[in-house]
Design a binder for this molecule. Structure first.
Ligand SMILES: [Zn+2]
Ligand SMILES: [Zn+2]
Length: 232
């Protein structure tokens, strides 16, 4: 059951043609993972063994804090902190944290690891493989791909950097060209809107009839495009 929650039909994220479809995919995987570990997985010791080892990043702690289920988070933290205390930060290790010992490496690892990030990376890898396969085998999917609103910059890099190793040579050039065109088109629109936003602060534009055009939310849209995350 656990693996099936990390599989999303590709058509579900590409059909709406709204925003970056890879962001939609990542957001769905993220929601499912967080709901799972804070709900059904509370009874599954193997998930807790993992979360005890990895912990979570700030972004995913924030998402969990926003859920109603504080007890789930407290129980995960209780055993994560206990493991950290018993296995890594015990008194003997404290003198060694600045050298290259195995314990120092463990502290460094726990500072940079996150159960949710790991799961998303793993699931995205499989989802991307499906995207490349569909691109190669289905003309209707190539058309759907080219009809997307845009790809954000981090996902542009993700899609293009793996294209050569996943796609048949015949499709690599076309795939990168299409992906680049969608990303550049979005970037150009954002540049215009942000410039327009800046001009609106000119004293000549402060009347009631000032025309903001599409620029009012241009900062939010630019941050989303550049980071793949909507600003909070
Ligand atoms: Zn994206
Ligand atoms: Zn994370």
């Amino acid at each position: 059951m656990q693996d099936s929650i990390y599989t999303i039909p590709i058509s579900e994220v590409f059909e709406p043609k709204c925003g970056c479809p890879i962001c939609t995919m990542r957001n769905t995987l993220e929601d499912r993972c967080i709901d799972y570990i804070m709900g059904a997985a509370m009874m599954e010791p193997d998930v807790r063994i993992e979360t005890n080892k990895t912990g979570f990043c700030k972004e995913h702690f924030d998402m969990m804090m926003k859920k109603r289920n504080r007890l789930s988070l407290a129980l995960m933290l209780e055993s994560h902190l206990a493991e950290l205390n018993a296995k890594i930060m015990d008194a003997k290790s404290l003198g060694n944290l600045l050298d290259k010992t195995a314990r120092a490496k463990k502290v460094s690892k726990i500072n940079s690891s996150c159960y949710v990030c790991d799961k998303i990376d793993w699931a995205m890898e499989r989802q991307l493989a499906t995207i490349y396969r569909l691109y190669e085998t289905e003309r209707s999917f190539r058309e759907l791909y080219a009809a997307q609103e845009y790809f954000c910059l981090p996902h542009y890099e993700l899609l293009c950097s793996q294209a050569a190793s996943h796609l048949n040579k015949k499709y690599v050039g076309e795939f990168i060209k299409t992906t680049t065109a969608l990303t550049v088109n979005c970037l150009e629109g954002l540049s215009r809107d942000v410039s327009h936003f800046c001009k609106m602060f000119d004293y000549r534009n402060n009347g009631d009839d000032a025309d903001w055009g599409n620029s009012r939310d241009s900062i939010e849209r630019a941050v989303t495009f550049l980071t793949s995350r909507e600003p909070k």
